[in-house]
Design a protein. Structure first.
Length: 328
């Protein structure tokens, strides 16, 4: 709650990490249900509104937190929700502070009379429900839309862009983001490494140059944790690769001056006759249970580097060597 109350950039980043850990470790359903809203607080990007089952008193303290989040998200509090609030209130009768927070919530949600109107003021406390304003879904959508509307103009005039370096290792693929700047002579720099965490959080105004395609790619970045807490961010490279199709700034990691294109291809079914018998073969070869199939090919436009699509077993992606080199 302290992180929500302050809502500084660092606080929101920590809040995102807390919800990511809670969702990953399945600590409580509220992490999964409301992580999109936490991303909205941190980035201003749109979050969905889904039907949420009423909490019950059995959720205990987490039930109070979820009720507050639902109120802030402007979910309709009807008679059914009043029943849930009353159950939770009854379950926490021994804890005065929790019941006082519930009392104020019910006043805001149902226009009830406050039983102890000076309880928070006497203790110089702010009721939890008042830590955030209640925001209607249309208002969140308008905020998200305003974020999107600013991007095209910014990108068109920006002297900064994001490039992606592709590296093939032991049959797998890795992607590395690089921030490139346009020099005074009109030449783009080779770029510097950009922290995945910074891209994933996405609330840095300096990242306004990110294209919609870049934003889709970095959605596959997630926090990793060890015994001591967050250990860094990693990218689901193979899944993110699908979103890299058609990206204008993709280069080989071992030859960063060589731009490559990622296009989509199809698996071919080849029939071959041998001594009166017909054999069938897929090209490129697909191994059962294999998530992706990678092939590095030459500059022929019909050739490339293929990668199996996530959503269909008979689709491939192709990286093609261009007929020139150098950032463009």
């Amino acid at each position: 709650m302290a992180l929500i109350a302050e809502r500084s950039e660092d606080d929101l980043k920590r809040l995102v990490v807390q919800f990511e850990v809670g969702k990953k470790d399945k600590l409580n359903s509220l992490y999964d249900e409301h992580i999109d809203w936490i991303y909205y607080l941190a980035t201003g990007l749109a979050c969905h509104t889904s039907t949420v089952q009423p909490v019950t008193a059995s959720y205990g303290f987490a039930g109070l937190i979820e009720l507050l989040i639902l109120y802030w998200r402007d979910y309709p509090f009807d008679a059914n929700w009043r029943t849930q609030c009353e159950k939770l209130h009854h379950a926490w009768q021994e804890y005065e502070w929790v019941t006082q927070e519930l009392d104020v919530l019910m006043v805001r949600a149902f226009s009830d009379d406050l039983l102890q109107p000076n309880w928070h003021a006497d203790r110089q406390l702010t009721a939890w429900v008042d830590l955030l304003p209640r925001e209607a879904a249309w208002s969140r959508a308008l905020t998200a839309l305003s974020q999107l509307n600013t991007k095209p103009n910014e990108v068109a005039t920006s002297h900064i862009r994001l490039a992606w370096l592709v590296n093939l290792l032991h049959g797998g693929v890795t992607l590395e983001p690089r921030e490139q700047k346009l020099g005074t002579k009109g030449v783009w720099s080779k770029g510097r490494a950009v922290a995945l965490k910074r891209l994933a959080i996405g609330n840095d105004p300096a990242l306004a140059y990110l294209s919609a395609q870049d934003q889709r790619i970095v959605r596959y970045a997630h926090a990793e944790h060890n015994y001591y807490g967050e250990s860094g961010y990693t990218l689901d490279h193979e899944s993110a690769l699908f979103e890299l199709i058609g990206h204008p700034q993709v280069y080989w990691a071992d030859a960063p001056d060589v731009r490559i294109d990622i296009v989509e291809g199809e698996v071919a079914l080849q029939l071959k006759e041998n001594k009166g018998q017909i054999s069938l073969k897929l090209n490129p070869k697909v191994i059962a249970g294999e998530r992706c199939c990678l092939e590095k090919r030459n500059p022929n436009p019909a050739d490339g580097l293929s990668h199996q699509a996530r959503h269909s077993p008979n689709r491939r992606h192709y990286w093609q060597w261009p007929h020139g080199s150098g950032p463009s």
